[in-house]
Design a protein around this ligand. Structure first.
Ligand SMILES: *[C@@H]1O[C@H](CO)[C@@H](O)[C@H](O)[C@H]1NC(C)=O
Ligand SMILES: *[C@@H]1O[C@H](CO)[C@@H](O)[C@H](O)[C@H]1NC(C)=O
Ligand SMILES: *[C@@H]1O[C@H](CO)[C@@H](O)[C@H](O)[C@H]1NC(C)=O
Ligand SMILES: *[C@@H]1O[C@H](CO)[C@@H](O)[C@H](O)[C@H]1NC(C)=O
Ligand SMILES: *[C@@H]1O[C@H](CO)[C@@H](O)[C@H](O)[C@H]1NC(C)=O
Length: 414
């Protein structure tokens, strides 16, 4: 147990509750958190799926507009056509994969599929929200389904004209988004009746940041909404008191010159890199948004709460890897993170079109996984899978706001 971190988080656990900090009240809250941890149980389920692989489309023509991956190669996506009643409906899924915040990190990406089309596979795996059977994807299976590859490292926000002759890196995420959307328009999306922009992790953040732009390129009378999975990254402090995510977002926005591509109403109200945080930018998004997240998101626990490079004693390694091997003091710290997460989420200004599905699962996203999206093994809230909750919200049929009543972090599917 990290001697410094524990005290800091206990203080945070207390602060995350009510404003007035009476000592006895704080102790009660910490005791209650500890009690909840003791009551926690976990269970395991495994998932499997039918395969659908779709060939890649490399958008060579985008290079004319300078819309290219980090290494200068053209951007790419996978498109599986819809049919029948889904012919004029489109679901766009933006891949995730973290970010690059420095020249060496971005250079490294050019040697992988996250920075170069040359390193991408010919086929893209489609399941969950992208699958084409009603068994795995009950409501969107016959829509046009697109999986956009992520190769810019900035959640599709960067745009630097200059290319440094030494490192030859291109920071053009925003141009890629524009070029691909234009191409899809020419392939029929300009006639869309229904459309969803979605994504997981860095792709979910790209979904939030580009949601209103997406709405603008679709017909005015189309039903357009956005679904952001595992991307409500809070501006939290680590157990060491550092702000890992805030520093990282600051570096990304500077390196990729993202500010001009973030929602203007947000960047004129605060320092632009703060607009990378969903808690700050969502109030400025006009298009209906559905947020899927875990209150105990494993990426945020592993990076925001306990940045691995600061855990020099490896005290957290086993716990981060498997929630079942955390000590009870580590579980209290994780529990306190959850309290802070919920407090941040509930701090958003109320909005009647916003839907959400917040689980207690120790996981990081999965609407593209059958096991997570719609299956007997999927997380359910009030007996609904994510697929059902999203469809009910999209078609305005039912209750749209779900928070896991389970009070502790737990293992779900994956
Ligand atoms: C759900 O996942 C299980 C494995 O966990 C798999 O055997 C089953 O086919 C899946 N069900 C559906 C409806 O896809
Ligand atoms: C996908 O690509 C492979 C290899 O290039 C090709 O053989 C196959 O016909 C393509 N499939 C479709 C549906 O275009
Ligand atoms: C799903 O897509 C595959 C590959 O294109 C195709 O063979 C299959 O018939 C499709 N299934 C349905 C239910 O449309
Ligand atoms: C936690 O983050 C580190 C560093 O990014 C990574 O190497 C590790 O695989 C992550 N662990 C888990 C369980 O996600
Ligand atoms: C939960 O949903 C499943 C499948 O949709 C259904 O079979 C079951 O009866 C529901 N359970 C309750 C308690 O409503």
């Amino acid at each position: 147990m990290p001697p410094l971190g524990f005290g800091a988080v206990l203080a945070k656990a207390a602060a995350a509750g009510e404003e007035d900090g009476d000592g006895g009240e704080e102790r009660t809250k910490i005791f209650l958190l500890a009690l909840l941890v003791l009551l926690c149980t976990t269970h395991h389920v495994v998932g499997a799926e039918d395969d659908l692989n779709v060939n890649i489309t490399i958008l060579e023509s985008a290079t004319a507009q300078g819309a290219v991956c980090l290494d200068g190669s053209p951007p790419a996506y996978h498109l599986h056509r819809g049919h029948g009643t889904g012919l004029d409906n489109w679901i766009i899924y933006l891949d995730g994969g973290g970010w690059c915040e420095s020249i060496p990190e971005c250079l490294y990406r050019t040697t992988t599929y996250l920075g170069s089309t040359r390193k991408m596979g010919q086929q893209g795996f489609f399941s969950g929200i992208l699958h084409n059977t009603s068994k795995e994807n009950p409501e969107f299976h016959n829509w046009n389904r697109v999986r956009v590859k992520y190769c810019d490292g900035s959640s599709f926000t960067g745009d630097v004209e200059q290319v440094n002759p030494e490192n030859k890196l291109y920071f053009r995420g925003a141009r890629i988004f524009k070029a691909i959307m234009e191409d899809l328009r020419s392939k029929g999306m300009k006639n869309a009746e229904n459309a969803i922009l979605s994504g997981t992790s860095a792709g979910g953040l790209a979904t939030i940041l580009n949601c209103d732009k997406f709405k603008c390129i679709l017909p005015e009378n189309a039903r357009v909404k956005c679904v952001a999975d595992a991307s409500f990254f809070i501006n939290g402090k680590s157990i060491y008191g550092t702000s890992y995510t805030q520093e990282m977002y600051h570096n990304i926005v500077n390196l990729h010159e993202s500010a001009k591509n973030l929602p203007l109403a947000c960047t004129s109200a605060m320092e632009p890199s703060l607009c990378f945080f969903p808690e700050n930018v969502i109030p400025y998004i006009q298009t209906p948004l559905f947020v899927i997240n875990s209150i105990y998101d494993s990426w945020q626990i592993n990076n925001t709460l306990v940045p691995p490079y600061l855990d020099t004693q490896h005290a957290w390694k086993g716990c981060i890897k498997s929630i079942g091997s955390c000590t009870s003091s580590q579980l209290i710290i994780i529990q306190a993170f959850g309290v802070e997460f919920l407090k941040t989420f509930e701090g958003l200004p109320p909005c009647f079109t916003r839907g959400y599905f917040l689980t207690s699962c120790y996981s990081h996203g999965g609407i593209r996984l059958t096991s997570h999206w719609f299956n007997t093994s999927s997380p359910r809230l009030f007996n609904k899978t994510i697929a059902e909750a999203v469809a009910d919200w999209y078609f305005e049929r039912a209750e749209i706001q779900y928070i896991d009543p389970y009070p502790c972090v737990r293992n779900c599917t994956q």
